[in-house]
Ligand binder design. Structure first.
Ligand code: F6R
Length: 251
């Protein structure tokens, strides 16, 4: 794991956006894996700005999102389809047919999950996957206890994740109870991973990630230790519990 320390959220977003645009410049047909949530919003904002300036085009890229809630129609204001449309897709030129997000309304969620995996494989896998991290170490919606060999599947959301996401809904009762998510195995097969973390509320998770060393299914992000091309981009607050000594064995 490589660690890039950013001054703040703004700088973290700038670094991540630059790494994504460099990837697309080097390989205009890159397959990009995207995340939702608060953390990558600044990155998307910067990608949109770069596109509008004419500094990058996304005409040939393909994108796969990590996850989607079960039971929310794509046009629901809190669906991850809507999030991606608002944060990135409506503002850039990624063709509609080249954007993939799990369909949380599928009548057969198991075959939807299997089809999603097939699509990823048909595109020769994900070149660059963007990830956030939950306070409990979840990645995608892979909660503590998830088997690391799992591929795209339906999950029950833990009370803590539902609570964290309740800020986007009118009431707790409206927060979906299930989601479809890429599995940890799917994520690990991405050729490169950018894991973003910002804010004091992520400091415990980042500390555990940096100091943990041993993969532990109770802390899903620890599955990433085995990944050969992982970069953690974290701001000073997220890194505040990890001393220079803790970080010293990473480049
Ligand atoms: C989002 C996702 C989640 C988030 C995580 C952190 O697609 O899969 O794992 O990355 O919950 O969320 P934020 O960024 O809102 O703190």
């Amino acid at each position: 794991m490589k660690i890039l320390s950013a001054k703040n959220y703004e700088e973290m977003s700038m670094i991540a956006a630059r790494m994504i645009t460099e990837k697309v410049e080097a390989d205009p047909k890159a397959v990009l894996g995207f995340a939702t949530g608060g953390t990558p919003k600044g990155t998307y904002e910067k990608l949109v700005a770069a596109f509008k300036k004419g500094a990058v085009t996304f005409q040939q890229v393909t994108t796969f999102n990590l996850d989607e809630y079960v039971g929310l129609p794509p046009e629901h204001p809190n669906s991850y389809h809507t999030y991606m449309n608002e944060q990135l897709f409506n503002e850039t030129n990624i063709p509609v047919g080249q954007r993939f997000i799990p369909n949380g309304l599928a009548s057969d969620l198991q075959s939807e999950a299997a089809d999603y995996e097939k699509q990823i494989q048909a595109h020769d896998g994900i070149d660059l996957q963007l990830l956030g991290i939950g306070k409990n170490g979840h990645i995608g919606f892979n909660e503590p206890g998830t088997v690391f060999t799992q591929r795209t599947h339906r999950v029950a959301l833990t009370p803590s994740t539902r609570k964290a996401n309740a800020r986007y809904f009118e009431s707790m009762a409206e927060v979906p109870t299930h989601a479809l998510t890429m599995g940890i195995q799917t994520i690990l097969e991405s050729k490169e991973i950018l894991l973003l973390a910002a804010g004091r509320h992520k400091a415990e998770a980042v500390y555990r990630l940096i100091t943990g060393q041993q993969p532990d299914e109770q802390f899903p992000a620890s599955s990433l230790y085995s990944h050969p091309n992982l970069t953690l981009i974290a701001d000073e607050e997220a890194l505040s519990l990890a001393t220079t000594h803790d970080r010293s064995h990473f480049s």
